[in-house]
Design a protein around this ligand. Structure first.
Ligand code: CMX
Length: 466
């Protein structure tokens, strides 16, 4: 396809978005549902992909270094991921929008000032800012789908409280595959072109059921009594916070809205996002794909770091006391490094500056946490760790990531059980993985199957080459 034809496809797609926005300007008009909007967008996106592949399909990104094969594939262009793009300096953009931009643009709860994650999901899936009515409709839809099967409740109730909450979480999500619309439709011989429909329904069910799973795990493991019912008049984050037992405090509900929004997506190459996409590419249904993603999120170099940060901070506080001097904190950081451990919450495989998700949480803390001693310690650590990591000379990025701040915020509001924190990260990460799974099936993404090499083969291939 020529450059001219390609530009015309892009123009058509923008025009279609524009006409839709114009349609939504009047709130009395019938509101398109998310599924109807995806159906409208699919032919446009298929054309876009066709045009890009026709024009650029045979072009190379550049050389692949042997070091990249040994080095965890850092920087290797390998995936298409539409929901968000991560810039090393600037951080994440969700469908082109920075965190402050989405905080500004997305609909809020009555009296709230943080974005509703329902709106973020709409944005991740469509690239468009939804109306308040569309967001409210999503809250209602998810509340209606929120119940989990009795056998999954029993499965969770039988887990020993010593089983890590993330293992329980992935177990329950995997078991939801019992009722997968997609798995059933596939067995009945669904046409490839129709895959996205049941996958969409599974993704909506998946997101909707996570609060009941997370709430049940929390109450079982920490002995917090019976789960309340979902309130269909409230938003997703209010219900999640209520199931955990904290919704009487509007500040933590607001925190949850921000938390779910900013942890949702971080482009496609991170362990949880990529695992979800990879497993989905085998046409495993969204429950199986996201269950696998959760197992990756449970690793200490990825999502579990938010548990590790608070554990590390509390250990430090115990060792050097509250209101310790900068010198004492510096020494503690060095002792962590000299003990062959990482400083949790610092560094990143892609980012090279302070993570804007850290900044968003810091701004929330400045507004709400006052002079909480742990918040003060987080600030003090921020003024010391980057210098130490630079001096140590190994980490490519000495700045804090998202996990450096979240635990302190949750702890402040009484959610002090660190082992549970990654479950909340997982609830949020479902939004990004689900949005991508819908598009992967809608656009016919193929089975992932990169090529692997043995060290012997590499030595042979490059034996006589410069
Ligand atoms: N503390 C100590 N050492 C660190 C470090 C940190 N915070 N960050 C990086 N390094 C070390 C690495 O372990 C590596 O050491 P070796 O050469 O001995 O293996 C070296 O510096 C180079 O690593 P890098 O290229 O800068 O970082 P990677 O891309 O390999 O790893 C990450 C990225 C996040 C795993 C790493 O920075 C880290 O372990 N950070 C602490 C854990 C953490 O906060 N993880 C959460 C990330 C965000 C998320 O996914 O949720």
């Amino acid at each position: 396809m020529s450059a001219l034809a390609f530009r015309s496809v892009l123009r058509q797609s923008r025009a279609s978005t524009f006409s839709r926005s114009a349609r939504f300007a009047s709130s009395s008009a019938k509101q398109t549902t998310l599924k109807e909007r995806v159906a409208e967008l699919i032919p446009v996106e298929l054309e876009k992909v066709k045009a890009v592949r026709a024009e650029h399909g045979s072009k190379a990104f550049g050389p692949v270094l042997v070091d990249q094969l040994y080095g965890g594939m850092r920087g290797l262009p390998a995936l298409i991921w539409d929901g968000s793009v991560l810039d090393a300096e600037e951080g994440i953009r969700f469908r082109g929008k920075t965190i402050p931009e989405i905080q500004d643009a997305l609909p809020k709860a009555p009296g709230g000032s943080e974005p509703l994650p329902e709106g973020l999901f709409w944005l991740l899936v469509t690239g468009e800012i939804p109306t308040q009515e569309q967001v409210d409709a999503l809250s209602k839809d998810w509340a209606a789908r929120a119940a989990i099967p009795e056998f999954v409740e029993e499965l969770l109730d039988r887990c020993p409280p010593t089983l890590h909450p993330m293992s329980q979480f992935s177990l329950a999500v995997t078991a939801l595959n019992h009722d997968s619309n997609f798995a059933k439709a596939y067995q009945q011989g669904i046409n490839k072109k129709e895959y996205w429909g049941p996958v969409f329904e599974d993704c909506m069910d998946l997101i909707a059921k996570l609060p009941n799973i997370a709430g049940r795990i929390y109450r079982n493991v920490y002995g917090r009594g019976k789960l309340p019912a979902i309130d269909p008049t409230k938003d997703y984050s209010w219900n999640l916070t209520n199931l955990l037992g904290f919704a009487e405090n509007p500040a933590i509900v607001e925190l949850m809205r921000l938390y779910i929004t900013i942890h949702s997506d971080h482009e496609g190459g991170n362990v949880s996002a990529h695992t979800g996409k990879l497993v989905g590419s085998a046409l495993s249904d969204p429950f199986l794909a996201f269950g696998a993603a959760l197992n990756g999120l449970a690793g200490p170099l990825h999502g579990l770091a938010n548990q590790e940060v608070l554990t590390w901070l509390l250990k430090m506080q115990k060792a050097i006391g509250e209101n310790a001097s900068d010198e004492a904190v510096r020494e503690y950081v060095w002792s962590t490094l000299k003990g062959g451990q990482v400083v949790p919450g610092y560094g990143h495989a892609v980012l090279r500056k302070t993570d804007p998700r850290y900044t968003a949480q810091r701004e929330f803390a400045l507004k709400h946490l006052g002079d909480d001693p742990l918040f003060k310690l987080v600030g003090q650590v921020y003024s010391i760790v980057p210098d130490v990591l630079l001096q140590a000379g190994k980490a490519k990025n000495p700045w804090p990531n998202v996990d450096a701040h979240s635990g302190v915020l949750l702890n402040y509001y009484g959610l002090s059980e660190m082992q549970f924190y990654t479950v909340l990260f997982g609830v949020s990460r479902a939004f990004g993985v689900a949005a991508q799974l819908i598009w992967d099936r809608a656009l016919g993404a193929p089975l992932e199957r990169p090529k692997s090499y043995s060290t012997e083969a590499i030595a042979k291939i490059f034996k006589n080459k410069q």
